[in-house]
Ligand binder design. Structure first.
Ligand SMILES: [Zn+2]
Length: 343
């Protein structure tokens, strides 16, 4: 047990499922709340455990941000269909980690404004969102060998579907995570640079030595048949790759594109407020200096738009989704296309 775990009181969250039992269980993580609507109430986070004998444990999560529907939808479907006899080991499925946010259709929690993926490692004495983070950090993650977290751009971003791993000090851990990211079989695999890594779920999992695969699978606050197919295929491939279920990996029709995000210069952020016109599409290759966006002043006609140029060669892997943009919003993310992600 870490120093941190010893110092903290037990989580107020309790599970209605038995993590040690074989079979399929649908239940809840119950987080006590007391408010005007419910004096002795609970936030009920749906959870499914599918277990069958010896083998590794996988934790599959969606709804870390509540408006990222590709993962939520794929995991709701998997939770209803995965059979115990098809599993070697244990699959824990939490389609909506931040269930208050998901049910409100928002990125963050309407209960305390919490952004779950900026709340790790969490706090059992904090707000609802920090309490959820703490439960994952100290109870669920220690049970697992491999973890897959399904994100997308939500309402404000659209992102090319990719699976990613991070640069880690432990190169064996990094190699095993990268292999899982490639096996996921999205059109793109990435070595990802995070703008703000310290409070991420990703970091909470990786710091416990667990194998972690991150994904971004679309966005815009909805799903499409194409992105759902990529997501569902990826979840299945992930489980096959790490030995949880039998089957053949399904590979994408086109060869996977490898991209690297070496530093923060990949992110293009707006220094203006106005109407955004992106002149390149998701997945397009761009050259340094090329015009990628114009921002129009919405208060007058006859003014020249502000022009944004690509700061590097690469591929447009993410774009702002709404047409209106404020100062500081990420307009575009340009990643470097590379031949290999190893090393
Ligand atoms: Zn997200």
């Amino acid at each position: 047990m870490t120093q941190r775990a010893r110092d903290l009181r037990p989580s107020p969250i309790s599970a209605t499922v038995d993590f040690d039992a074989d079979g399929v269980q649908h239940g809840f993580l119950k987080l006590p709340i007391s408010n005007d609507e419910s004096a002795w109430g609970a936030v009920m986070i749906p959870i499914t455990v599918v277990a069958n004998g010896e083998g590794p444990t996988a934790l599959l999560t969606g709804g870390n941000h509540g408006d990222e529907y590709e993962g939520i939808t794929a995991l709701m479907k998997l939770a209803s269909t995965l059979k115990a006899e098809d599993v070697h080991g244990r699959v824990i499925i939490v389609p909506m980690m931040n269930v208050p946010a998901a049910q409100a259709g928002r990125r963050t929690s309407p209960m305390d404004g919490g952004n779950l993926n900026r709340s790790f490692p969490g706090d059992p004495d904090g707000g609802v969102t920090e309490q959820i983070a703490d439960y994952f950090t100290r109870y669920l993650v220690p049970m697992v060998d491999v973890a897959l977290d399904l994100h997308s751009g939500g309402r404000t971003l659209d992102i090319v579907p990719f699976a990613a791993s991070h640069h880690l000090e432990n190169k064996d851990q990094q190699r095993q995570a990268l292999a899982g990211a490639k096996a996921f079989g999205a059109p793109t695999a990435m070595m990802m640079f995070e703008l703000d890594a310290a409070k991420l779920y990703d970091t909470a999992v990786e710091s416990q030595g667990k194998i972690f695969v991150a994904t971004e699978l679309g966005g815009g606050g909805t799903t499409t048949p194409e992105r759902m197919a990529i997501t569902e295929r990826g979840v299945r491939n992930f489980l096959i790759h790490y030995g949880l279920i039998d089957g053949e990996l399904e590979v994408p029709a086109e060869p996977q594109v490898y991209v690297d995000m070496p530093d923060a210069s990949c992110y293009v952020q707006s220094e203006h407020t106005g109407l955004l016109e992106l002149t390149v599409s998701l997945g397009d290759r761009v050259e340094k200096g090329q015009i990628i966006a114009r921002v129009y002043d919405m208060t007058r006609t006859g003014a020249e738009p502000v022009v944004y140029h690509a700061q590097r060669d690469g591929m447009l892997v993410a774009r702002r989704f709404p047409a209106q943009v404020n100062m500081g919003d990420t307009i575009a993310v340009i990643a470097e296309v590379v031949d290999s992600l190893d090393g």
